[in-house]
Design a binder for this molecule. Structure first.
Ligand code: PHE
Length: 450
């Protein structure tokens, strides 16, 4: 089985594929929304702490598990701890990837729609974008069609394989994405709401910090870094023996955090310039940014057209690389464990996720009133995954690598069998054993029971 498995062809390919997974709607759409909902700068600071002291160690832990076993996530845990309940952690990863993919494709479909609309010059007319967005997202069939097309592209890439599909795609898209975001940030400097946006983002008000805010920050860190969903663990199973796990993780975390911060630098000045509330919810990026392009470029509409077109195409591509990484763990599992071809496995995932996706999409329109625990289906999926299953998975992964795995095995994996000198390895182990699980557990328990 191992010879048949694909591998990433280069180090940069591995970094960009993992960064492609991490950088996605979570950075550009969810992060600014979370910052807005949780009071701005204080959330932002807590988020950075979470990324560094909890997210990074968990990411390296996933890399260790994936690269050591060269197997899909469920098999990986089973091999490392045969006959124990630890395999639940692998199952959790694959399950939550599946759950997230089913609503991620809906938002992915929105980005596709917006790309096409802006290229067709439909977004450059002055109009109420709030209304435009709600009309589109609440339609019964339109978003579903876009989501299915979006899923079709994910499907084709997955069927293309690890190196020729996933890696090749990421290597082209990621540099372009970074470039465009940089240009948009520069544009946001000239907006009237720039100072107000920066104050909101940079002046912390710790009085608004509750355990709920901290849990949101951890949830967002995990979500944005694609942790505890089997994605990075699966990708790491395609790393070769020379990949420096620590360096790769640091690069991915850095790229992901920079993109999230830059996205906030784009969104908040814009939000204050056009007078939308910073907690405008998931529609933020779809309502605010079309306005931004119109306002910023009203004197040179052609530039506005090019920019908005490029932005939505790239948002779409960022979403695609993430969706691909959500599809892969489930496909790899089905392929390797159920002994079916990769193609059939990919089809199973594509069809079942699309069906669940339809339910998520309808929850913006005809099924708006179908609620469970006061949440629509879409919100429920997001809540269950980001706030419950992912933090739990994070605790389990950290405990597993920190306490259950042989310490020598972990160190050998991180140092590539002693060939690399990794300076802070003891500190790293301390973070994995104590800080990460305790931090997540305390916040989680606090939120749920108090
Ligand atoms: N990290 C992605 C983002 O920021 C979301 C994602 C989650 C992707 C889980 C893959 C796996 O949008």
């Amino acid at each position: 089985m191992e010879q048949e498995r694909g591998n990433f062809g280069s180090k940069i390919g591995a970094v960009l594929a993992a960064a492609g997974s991490a950088v996605g709607l979570g950075n550009i759409w969810r992060f600014p929304t979370e910052v807005g909902n949780n009071g701005g700068a204080a959330f932002f600071i807590i988020y950075l702490v979470c990324v560094l002291f909890v997210g990074l160690p968990v990411m390296v832990s996933e890399f260790v598990i994936g690269r050591h076993t060269h197997a899909n996530t469920i098999t990986a845990f089973r091999r490392l701890a045969p006959g124990t309940w630890w395999r639940v952690t692998g199952v959790e990863g694959v399950f939550v990837a599946f759950l997230i993919l089913s609503y991620y494709i809906i938002v992915g479909g929105w980005t596709l729609h917006y790309s096409i609309a802006s290229l067709a010059n439909r977004l450059s007319v002055n109009q109420d974008f709030g209304e435009y967005f709600s009309r589109f997202s609440s339609s019964a069939w339109e978003p579903v069609v876009y989501a299915v097309v979006f899923m079709g592209i994910v499907h084709l890439t997955i069927v293309g394989g690890v190196k020729d599909g996933i890696e090749r795609f990421s290597k082209v898209m990621m540099p372009i994405l970074l470039l465009i975001i940089g240009i948009l940030v520069i544009c946001s400097f000239s907006m009237s709401g720039f100072t107000q946006g920066m104050v909101f983002l940079l002046k912390p008000d710790f009085s608004s910090v509750t355990p709920g805010v901290a849990l949101s920050a951890i949830g967002q860190a995990f979500y944005s870094l694609s942790l505890a969903m089997g994605c990075l663990c699966t990708y790491a199973s395609y790393f070769d023996g020379k990949t420096n796990l620590m360096k790769t993780a640091l690069s991915v975390v850095t790229i992901d955090t920079i993109v999230a911060v830059l996205a906030a630098f784009i969104v908040f000045p814009a939000v204050f310039s056009v007078g939308v509330e910073p907690d405008a919810g998931p529609g933020l990026v779809f309502i605010t940014l079309p306005n931004v392009f119109n306002i910023a470029f009203h004197s040179v509409p052609v530039v506005g057209y090019v920019f908005s077109g490029l932005f939505y195409v790239l948002l779409f591509l960022a979403a695609l690389t993430s969706a691909i990484s959500l599809h892969e763990p489930v496909t790899a599992y089905l392929h390797e464990e159920w002994h079916i071809s990769r193609r059939t496995a990919a089809w199973l995932v594509t069809v079942s996720c699309s069906l669940l996706g339809v339910a998520c999409s309808l929850s913006f329109g005809p099924w708006r009133n179908v609620t469970i625990g006061g949440m629509t289906i879409f919100d429920l999926f997001d809540f269950l995954s980001a706030k419950i299953i992912i933090p739990l998975g994070g605790v389990l992964i950290a405990l597993f690598v920190g306490w259950r795995l042989d310490r020598q095995l972990v160190e050998n994996e991180i140092t590539n069998q002693g060939k690399l000198r990794i300076p802070f390895i003891r500190f790293f182990m301390f973070l994995v054993r104590w800080v990460a699980p305790l931090a997540i557990a305390v916040i989680f328990v606090n939120e749920l029971f108090f």
